[in-house]
Design a protein around this ligand. Structure first.
Ligand SMILES: [Zn+2]
Ligand SMILES: [Zn+2]
Length: 282
């Protein structure tokens, strides 16, 4: 989930090269929020906008299947070849062009308490300072009775792949406020996202959970409360507030693909001789 309206530029980490003037952020409406508008022609493959998410979390099924990504910025921690070996179950699987992989294992760090991995010391520090001190399970990382593990297990049992959101986005939002010295600033930031009417929220929750599991929202709310209750955010833990939080993540969260998948796709296209290439490397 990325920063909203008035804070959008403070969270923006820079726009690449000439594209700096190629787009602008405009407020569209309170229902639609902000939008990105082109101010000039943009070439295919050009980076037009970069922003830092307020919170990010790996899809839980991906993590369970040991897709290795930085726990803070989601950068891949495994090379395309390792990814292909894991997915195909063939340890000897070789992919051409290893030089396209830029995974820097020498920079990787882990949390000394729960061993979760980061791409760099910067990400480890950023996570610790924003939310990880509250969420770190320490040595209980594999304990099925740890409240956060119970919550994640419940989410996985309700939300099958392909995943479109993660309960951990909400957990990180709460943990961010719990850890923050200036709680109001973060509450203000989160409250600036597009809000929906109760009916629209119901529809979004319905879509996220699917017909079969619609009634499970209350079950998730109980586990969420047990794991994370925070007085300053008490409104998020009520049945209505939790549904709104759910809808907020469903509306404003963004699923992202990885660079790694893009590289694998590109290599497959090369291997199969489909004559298709991205702009990169030309
Ligand atoms: Zn990272
Ligand atoms: Zn930890």
């Amino acid at each position: 989930m990325a920063a909203s309206m008035c804070d959008v530029f403070s969270f923006c980490v820079g726009v690449a090269g000439q594209a700096r003037s190629a787009v602008e952020v405009r407020f569209v409406s309170s229902a639609k929020g902000k939008g990105l508008f082109a101010t000039q022609l943009i070439r295919k493959g050009e980076t037009i906008f970069v922003e830092r998410p307020l919170v990010a979390a790996q899809f839980l099924w991906n993590a369970l299947y040991r897709y290795r990504a930085c726990d803070h910025c989601l950068r891949a921690l495994e090379k395309a070849e390792e990814n292909a070996q894991r997915l195909t179950g063939k340890p000897g699987q070789v992919l051409p062009h290893p030089e396209l992989c830029t995974v820097r294992k020498d920079l990787h760090q882990n949390c000394p308490h729960c061993q979760v991995m980061y791409c760099s010391a910067e990400c480890q520090l950023a996570a610790a300072e924003q939310y990880h001190r509250v969420l770190c399970p320490g040595p209980s990382q594999d304990d099925p009775l740890h409240p956060l593990n119970k919550l994640q297990e419940a989410w996985r049992s309700i939300h099958y792949p392909p995943e479109t959101a993660s309960i951990m986005l909400m957990a990180r939002m709460v943990a961010t406020v719990k850890q923050a010295k200036d709680k109001d600033r973060w509450i203000r930031l989160f409250s600036q996202f597009c809000n929906k009417t109760a009916n629209e929220e119901e529809e979004i929750v319905h879509k996220l959970l699917g017909d079969k599991f619609k009634g499970q929202l209350e079950f998730l709310r109980k586990l969420f409360t047990e794991a994370l209750y925070e007085e300053a955010l008490s409104q998020w833990f009520t049945p209505d507030g939790f549904r709104s939080l759910f809808a907020l993540v469903g509306t404003n969260g963004q699923g992202i693909g990885t660079r790694l998948e893009e590289i694998v796709l590109e290599l497959l296209h090369d291997l199969l001789g489909l004559g298709w290439k991205t702009e990169r490397g030309k």
